[in-house]
Design a binder for this molecule. Structure first.
Ligand code: ADP
Length: 300
């Protein structure tokens, strides 16, 4: 009955990266390396991560009719993502202009472009995709109203997973739909807002859960993750690896978790699998280029 294990509703960006000796200040010009262009955006990353693991995956997103849009469509298709839901219009594809200095510190300017035009009406027009997907996953690099529309028309038997990144306070109806809400430490603090939650991630997880989600996952980088539901809070160990580049690890973790939940795994089981996927992703440079196959996760 289900055509897709995972439908990702989210952003697709071209990441334009230049290495520099020193990031420029106001009014300053510096020379940098050759330009590298990578497919990115949290939605596109999640879809590629899930498809590479073997999940039947579709992406609902917007790109422009330009080279960056074609790059993104190509990377989705070569990973095995169904791009039937990727809308191509006359607004330029979103881009992130990234300068990186030798210490790895970066400065980033994002032009949301077509991502900012993914509208509630696009979600309604794609309602049939929601009905044939076990799990729907979203992030916040698209308008919040669009995510709200997903939640409003979500079929009751379809599971909803949200990584609120970049973080902002969330309306009650969105929080209530999350199963789980997945946050890193920074996102947890923004969503908690004024709520007094102390310094312990276990307490953040409990207070976040009290805000309405059916379940919560707090990712803690090399420290693994915490899962929280009515059954309590549980720690999920990370896998010890030599980290090379953590870019996109959270997206891979979220995609893997969402997929496993749809196959019937418990929250703790799905998070343990996702931690292996996140660990594999940090052992290689880049975001989408670093995502493992199921066989590579098994061999970890
Ligand atoms: P984000 O990229 O959103 O900040 P995290 O850095 O918390 O997310 O990473 C997501 C998950 O990826 C972690 O919960 C963990 O399972 C895995 N992970 C990230 N960094 C490492 C690391 N250095 N070693 C092992 N696993 C890692």
């Amino acid at each position: 009955m289900y055509e897709y294990d995972l439908l990702v509703v989210g952003s697709a960006n071209a990441d334009l990266v230049i290495g520099v000796e020193r990031r420029p200040g106001a009014g300053e010009t510096v020379l940098g390396s050759d330009l590298a262009v990578h497919p990115g955006g949290k939605g596109a990353n999640q879809a590629v991560a899930a498809a590479r693991l073997g999940a039947r995956t579709a992406l609902l997103a917007r790109v422009g009719e330009d080279d960056h849009g074609r790059l993104l469509l190509d990377s989705q298709r070569s990973a095995g993502v169904d791009t039937v839901g990727v809308l191509v219009g006359d607004v330029p594809t979103g881009v992130a202009l990234i300068t990186v200095d030798p210490s790895g510190d970066n400065s980033i300017v994002v032009s949301p472009g077509a991502n900012g035009r993914l509208a509630p009406g696009d979600v309604r027009a794609a309602e049939s995709l929601l009905h044939v997907s076990r799990v729907v996953s979203a992030q916040l690099e698209i308008p919040l109203e669009t995510v709200q529309e997903v939640v409003r028309i979500l079929p009751p038997e379809t599971r909803f997973v949200l990584n609120p990144s970049p973080p902002r306070p969330l309306p009650r109806e969105v929080l209530a739909a999350c199963d789980p809400l997945i946050v890193n430490e920074h996102e947890a603090k923004v969503i908690l807002g004024d709520a007094k939650a102390g310094d312990r991630p276990e307490d953040w997880a409990r207070v976040l859960l009290a805000k309405g989600p059916r379940s919560v996952v707090v990712t803690l980088g090399a420290e693994g993750a915490l899962v929280a539901s009515a059954a309590g809070v549980q720690r999920v160990e990370s896998v010890r690896v030599d980290a090379v580049d953590t870019t996109g690890a959270g997206d891979a973790f979220t995609a893997a978790l969402a997929w496993r939940l749809g196959t019937g795994a418990s929250l703790a089981e799905a998070a343990a699998y996702a931690a292996r996927v996140g660990a594999a992703a940090v052992t290689r440079p880049g975001a989408q280029a670093s995502y493992p196959t199921a066989a590579e996760v098994g061999a970890l």
